[in-house]
Design a protein around this ligand. Structure first.
Ligand code: C2O
Ligand code: CU
Length: 486
């Protein structure tokens, strides 16, 4: 029934089982006033940006551990995964801009772990990078993360310890920071996109970090999930306006999603607002990238439409069917798509900026001879791994706090690389020498093979920050570096 092998879309994805994936798993919110009751003794860990406000605290507990979850349709077996709180994806953590998040993380795995809050401009000590910002949380151990995200937007959390395996086994979840006055929509949904390499028993295949994966496109799987489950249908009502927050939590797979019969608007990328634009084609998301869409359900009651993924040429497949209920449309016409309020990201001063070149090399069909054994990639000629005991963390760039900085990124390889900088958001100024019309803020920029891009940011957040490819096998095999802001 189920073919093994490494197809880009598997039989699991094609299976037709009537199950709705329309679940937006949200943790129950427990709000406390800072200083009240049990939290009186908790010091505010740091002040950064607007996070100095002693806003209400949203508390959550996450336990990373083994779990057995139905990932594929119920005609097939359940899958042994690693999960937060036994759920796939981990619980969606939601708070409002100005609030503080306090997450008590317990490690029920048999190896060390950390939690990294991807895209959040937080104090360095809360960044969840082993060795650099904290020792890994030992098996049975705990760590409390606490910070107030300065930016509203769609973020996510995942381990930063052996992430090429820990994320591939299921450890990732959404972090949503709502605007103080969110735009009016009928539903605010999160799709955490996942990618799994499963065998015919729906078990996760081994071979993590194989040189084959590491030196090519990374561990691309054969089964794609939305919110931890192979999707079948997405139930909607005619005339409703949906805010759809897409998060690519895959370790290696990129997506290019199009919504047949619909014209979604993009209102934010990587959590950062931009001038809304109507999607003409597909929204492309490399690993770790996010997009907020406004999806107006303009289809007729009872109609059916397809969401497709066409990132890989000749590997296009149907991700999920959009199924309209029979009810009369909620509204006949839609108001203008709102622009989200800007986040307090400092604007780089391009004239006074210091400039640095960053060259990514290696990989199959690249020059791997110059790269040490066991590694496959390099940043400015240096291959740094994130294995235990790695001396990967000597900064390759030292920036003075407050300086504006332009990085000229050159992907001198035959592969795609989503390049992520921790602790900051950056503007994409140019691509292949041409001005980038939207100049969007991102925290992860996808570089196509041989592509060059200039990014700019203010180095305003002190600490040692990871700068790496978010194809997690590439990261572990040398495509990682550290930027020091002091
Ligand atoms: Cu999403 Cu260095 O991480
Ligand atoms: Cu890469």
């Amino acid at each position: 029934m189920v073919r093994p092998g490494l197809e880009y879309s598997s039989d699991y994805n094609r299976a037709q089982v009537k199950r709705l994936i329309d679940k937006d798993k949200t943790i129950s919110r427990r709000r406390f006033l800072a200083g009240a009751g049990a939290l009186a003794a908790v010091p505010l860990i740091s002040k950064y940006g607007i996070s100095g406000e002693a806003g209400p605290i949203v508390e959550a507990r996450l336990t990373a551990g083994p779990a057995r979850v139905q990932v594929v349709p119920s005609a097939y077996p359940a899958t042994d995964v690693w999960a937060y709180n036994g759920e796939l994806p981990g619980p969606a953590l939601r708070l409002r801009q100005g609030e503080r998040l306090r997450v008590q993380v317990r490690n029920a795995l048999s190896e060390g772990t950390t939690v990294h809050w991807h895209g959040v401009r937080l104090p360095n000590a809360m960044d969840g990078v082993p060795v650099i910002t904290q020792p890994p949380i030992a098996p049975g151990g705990e760590f409390v993360y606490e910070f107030a995200p300065p930016d509203a937007g769609t973020f996510f959390y995942h381990p930063h310890q052996r992430s090429f395996e820990q994320v591939a086994r299921g450890l990732a979840g959404a972090l949503v920071v709502e605007e103080r006055e969110p735009p009016k929509v009928d539903r605010d949904l999160v799709w955490v996109l996942g990618d799994w390499r499963l065998d015919r028993e729906a078990s996760i295949a081994g071979g993590f970090g194989s040189f084959m994966d590491v030196s090519h496109a990374g561990r691309i799987g054969n089964t794609v999930t939305i919110n931890g489950r192979v999707p079948e249908t997405f139930a909607v009502r005619a005339g409703e306006r949906i805010r759809l927050r897409l998060i690519n939590a895959a370790t290696a797979r990129a997506f290019a999603l199009s919504f047949d019969g619909h014209r979604p608007w993009v209102i934010a990328l990587d959590g950062q607002p931009l001038e809304p634009f109507e999607l003409d084609g597909a929204v492309a998301l490399g690993p770790a990238m996010r997009a907020d869409l406004i999806l107006d359900m303009t289809g007729a009651p009872g109609s059916r439409h397809v969401v497709r993924d066409s990132f890989y040429p000749r590997r296009e497949y149907e991700l999920v069917s959009v199924v309209y209920g029979e009810e009369a449309p909620l509204r006949k016409s839609f108001s203008e798509v709102p622009r989200l309020p800007s986040n307090p990201v400092p604007e780089p001063d391009l004239r006074g900026a210091e400039r640095h070149e960053v060259r990514f090399t290696g990989g199959m069909m690249g020059n791997m001879r110059a790269i040490p054994r066991g590694m496959a990639w390099a940043v400015n000629g240096v291959a740094s791994g994130c294995g235990e005991g790695a001396s990967a963390f000597d900064p390759f760039l030292a920036l003075r706090r407050g300086r504006s900085c332009v990085l000229d990124l050159l992907n001198d390889t035959a592969w795609h690389h989503p390049i992520h900088l921790h602790g900051h958001a950056f503007r994409v100024l140019t691509r292949n020498g041409a001005a980038n019309p939207r100049r969007e803020w991102l925290d992860t920029v996808m570089l196509a093979p041989r592509e060059r891009a200039e990014i700019a940011f203010v180095a305003d957040n002190p600490g040692d920050w990871m700068f790496h490819c978010h194809v997690l096998d590439h990261q572990a095999a040398g495509m990682m570096a550290c930027v020091r802001v002091s």
